[in-house]
Design a protein around this ligand. Sequence first.
Ligand code: CMX
Length: 434
Amino acid sequence: KTSLKLKLQEKIEAFRPRITKLNKEFGNVQIDTVNIGQAIGGARDVRCLVTDISYLDPQEGIRFRGKTIPETFAALPKVPGSDYPFVEGFWYFLLTGEVPTLAQTLEVVQDFRARSQVPQYVFDVLRAMPRDTHPMTMLSTAVLAMQRESKFAHRYAEGMKKNDYWDPMYEDSTDLVARLPVIAAYIYRMKYKGDIQIAPNPELDMGGNFAHMMGIARPYDDVARMYFILHSDHESGNVSAHTTHLVASALSDAYYSFSAGLNGLAGPLHGLANQEVLSWVQGVMKKMGGKLPSDEELEKFLWDTLNSGQVVPGYGHAVLRKTDPRYTSQMEFCQKYLPDYPMFKLVNAIYRVAPKVLTAHGKTKNPWPNVDAQSGVIQYYYGLTEYDFYTVLFGVGRALGVLANITWDRGLGYAIERPKSVTTEMLEKWALEG
Ligand code: CMX
């Protein structure tokens, strides 16, 4: 066993009595109520999920294992010669809640390498799909196709004790995280780069190897590390995390669960928004004949979008009520590496104008930008101009959070999820009763 796996086992075993005690002795303590608006309106704000891997404060934004984004980047071991940490060390951190040493991180790097071989039939499946299939469909299909590799499914079929569930769930999750960059880069090069593949370089870490397989020079390796970490986790209620958790609650393995989560991420109100942002920004640039719009012109573009009944992509959030710190983190990267890039200037101009327009429009509870408003610009700058691929990058990052979560779900024996539904007639009766 690696030191990560030993540490994880120790943490899970130490944690179990806390859940047992809460459930047995305090199961009746009320922590929330539900109103009709929440039942109709997507269960917004209803406290009914538990995770210790990240927490989203509406004002402050995300904390991973108690650390803000800048604290996380500062604490984790850095790849030599780079500004950003090893994604592998972040995986250790998400799973255990402890910041790994460099030696512990390098052990995970080795472990990922040993697991990174993607079975040939996965590539064959991808090659059989029409080339114009959306890359998210390809990614989700590749993950699902690999389900036959599941160690959890095999062990379950043999008859495994409940206390052991976390072990093969961890194994499957780690296999998946190690293979996803290879699959994602394969899809990219197959679809957009003349099907000329670049073999993995076993000397490199996950972020470095991804940049290498994509065929994009430095500092894209740091972009990849930053991007995967920023997109990893956003507590449990968002569509991709919740879907992965829900499907895994039926004791479906990590392949079934994560493939389902990816399908939710592919929706325009969720992960696809980063693609939509780029398409919106490009639309503005085209209409302007390549020159930057004035704030007044931009205001008009935003109103045109709203008046035609569309959402402004990259703005608003179900939980956040301030600028997303994941947006800020990427903005700081842009300020450092691409301050004069016209598209970055346009994104900044949108940040100046859109919150006012959305506030005047008066619908959204949060007129501030989310992670998706900024991420495409960086990708575009480094030559990744095929923006329907952006959600795939989000998906590779999101794997870290949701797979760490379902490993813990099995470690703590969380139940199959089964909320109760009611009929409209019941709601109308309760509405009359007040
Ligand atoms: N532009 C226009 N209208 C918006 C809006 C936006 N950016 N954000 C919210 N609204 C509207 C909603 O559509 C809703 O309208 P209706 O009452 O007509 O249905 C109203 O404002 C209230 O919505 P809300 O409570 O503020 O937001 P929700 O929790 O319902 O939805 C989200 C959150 C993200 C889906 C929504 O803000 C949105 O559609 N944003 C644009 C898409 C986007 O950027 N998604 C990515 C989010 C981050 C991610 O998951 O990747």
